[in-house]
Design a protein around this ligand. Structure first.
Ligand SMILES: [Zn+2]
Length: 228
C-alpha cells in the first residue's frame, strides 16, 4: 500500500508539464544515474575542500524552484552544525533532499522521507553521512553501559547507535576508536535502510538508485565514501 501510494504521488508529479529533473536548479549538468550522482558529490566536495565552490542560489532560480523539485540525491546527515551537505558538496538549492538527526540514525520518519525522495522526486542516490567528532557517537561509546544516566530522551538516541558500532570502542574514547565507530554507524545505516524499506530495497534491486555511506572530516572538509 505504501509503495502504491508513493507511485500515485510520483505520477502526479510526472504529469506536471513544467516538471523536468534539473530544470529547477542552476546546475549545467544534472546527474542522470546513481554513478553520476556520486561523481557530482565527489567533485563538489573537492571544490569545497579547495575553496573553489561554484554553487549559487540567485533570486532568478526561486520561481523555477517554487514550481517543483527534483533532488538527485537524498541524504541522512547528523544535526551537527558543522555538517551541511549543500555546502560540503557545493550544491545549489533543489539538488539535495536532506534529512537530519543527531548521529544520522535511521528512524521510521527518516526512512519515509528518503522513500519520498526516491519514489516521488526521483532521487538517484541515498547517502548516509557521518562525520568526525560526532558527539552522538561519542556519547554512545561513553554511556555504552550506563545510558540510563543520560537526561531526557538521549538514551533512545544512543541506544540506536550502540550495537555493534561501540562494542569494540574503548570507553576512554581514543580518536581511533571514535573514528571507527563513526564509520561503522554510517555503514550500519545502509543495511538498516535496505532491511526496513521495501521501497528502497526494490529501487536498489532494479538499479534505479544506490545507497552509500561516508564520513565527512570536519577539519579537512573531505568526504570519504565507506568501502566494503
Ligand atoms: Zn554528529
Amino acid at each position: 500500500m505504501i509503495l502504491l501510494t508513493l507511485l500515485i504521488m510520483a505520477g502526479a508529479v510526472a504529469c506536471n508539464p513544467d516538471f523536468a529533473p534539473g530544470a529547477t536548479t542552476t546546475m549545467t549538468h544534472f546527474p542522470q544515474s546513481p554513478d553520476e550522482a556520486i561523481a557530482e558529490l565527489v567533485a563538489g566536495n573537492a571544490r569545497y575542500v579547495h575553496g573553489q565552490t561554484t554553487a549559487t542560489n540567485p533570486p532568478s532560480a526561486r520561481s523555477a524552484l517554487a514550481r517543483g523539485q527534483a533532488p538527485f540525491a537524498a541524504i541522512i546527515r547528523c544535526a551537527d552544525s558543522r555538517v551541511a551537505p549543500e555546502i560540503v558538496f557545493d550544491q545549489p538549492l533543489g539538488t539535495l533532499f536532506v534529512t537530519a538527526v543527531a548521529g544520522n540514525i535511521v528512524t521510521p520518519e527518516i526512512t519515509a522521507s528518503l522513500e519520498y525522495s526516491v519514489a516521488v522526486l526521483g532521487s538517484k542516490l541515498v547517502v548516509v553521512m557521518g562525520h568526525s567528532g560526532c558527539g552522538a557517537v561519542e556519547a554512545a561509546i561513553k554511556y555504552r553501559d550506563t545510558a540510563d544516566q543520560l537526561p531526557g530522551s538521549l538514551k533512545i538516541l544512543v541506544d540506536q547507535i550502540k550495537a555493534p558500532c561501540t562494542l569494540k570502542a574503548d570507553p576512554t574514547q581514543s580518536e581511533k576508536y571514535i573514528a571507527e565507530a563513526v564509520k561503522c554507524n554510517a555503514s550500519k545505516g545502509v543495511g538498516q535502510l535496505l532491511a526496513r524499506s521495501q521501497v528502497l530495497a526494490d529501487a536498489v534491486e532494479m538499479r534505479q538508485i544506490k545507497i552509500i555511506a561516508g564520513v565527512q572530516d570536519v577539519e579537512s572538509g573531505t568526504f570519504t565514501v565507506n568501502m566494503g
